[in-house]
Design a protein around this ligand. Sequence first.
Ligand SMILES: [Zn+2]
Ligand SMILES: [Zn+2]
Length: 326
Amino acid sequence: MGAQKTLSDGIAYDLSPSSPLIKFLITLGSIITFEKIGASESFFGSDFRLLQPVWSQLLRFETILRSPLFPPFFALSVDYLWVIVFTFIDLKLQHWSYFKKAKIQKDRKVTWPLIKESLKLQAWNQILWIYPMALVQLIWVPPTFLPKLAPTITELFFQILFYWIAFDFSYFWFHLLHHRVRFLYRWCHSVHHMYSSPFCAAAQHLHPFELFFVATFITTIPWALDTHPLTYWTWFVVAQSVSYEVHTGYDLPFMPHRYFSFYSGAPAHDMHHLRPLTCFEPWFNYLDKMMGYNITYEDLKRMAEEKSKRYGLYDPEDEKGLQKIN
Ligand SMILES: [Zn+2]
Ligand SMILES: [Zn+2]
């Protein structure tokens, strides 16, 4: 019989190695660390690699994919795609009722001079930091090893989930520190807060130090596990897409925060740009909620109404007929 731990409320937990709970945790651990053990196959069924046809096609471009230059240039192309699509929406389609209705800060307009200012800083960041760093990688990073087998969907999903949780947690503290320490805010993070109403291109409007930290963290966190190249590149797409999505300035019907209450999303990050001492967490919101930093537009409206009720003006009816000199 397995070792049993009984809590005072009478719930019993079987913690023996053969218990379903322990078996599940071992399986989860093996998937995340990319280990091949029989348990993972028996728990999730056969080791069916749904991504194998895609991976086999990609292997045809082996020379390009193996190059150390591929990851940075792939990441940059994800950046450019988001910026191009949403800059077009901001400049050409923002008067469409679909986007007008979805715009979070309705009184603010995204204009080309606003975007241009941000693109200028980003061009300098890329010329002075990103491209030279990519070239340095060409010298000291060996060509990427490309295995013949694709990762399984479960490996890919759980590893990316693990990176997501790790990035979200560490960036929250980095971010909070940059708002709490006056010197760090003034020297570094205030650059990102030059815009109180964000738009997609402003996602990368960062001081080089912050850009370096974020880029390094996103790049190196998958090194903690044995990560398949396809998982690594998918993680890039996910990480960058989430960062751009929260900066769009739109609350669109298909956005994930509408379906997952634990995801912060564009309204929360828009709030952070509007009220920089709120909503620090980049992707989830559990830390903001636990620490009382999670403020919504409804909260702001309610606070303004309460204030106006307490300190606002007389009702016109109350002042009717009274003489005023000034
Ligand atoms: Zn931001
Ligand atoms: Zn901030």
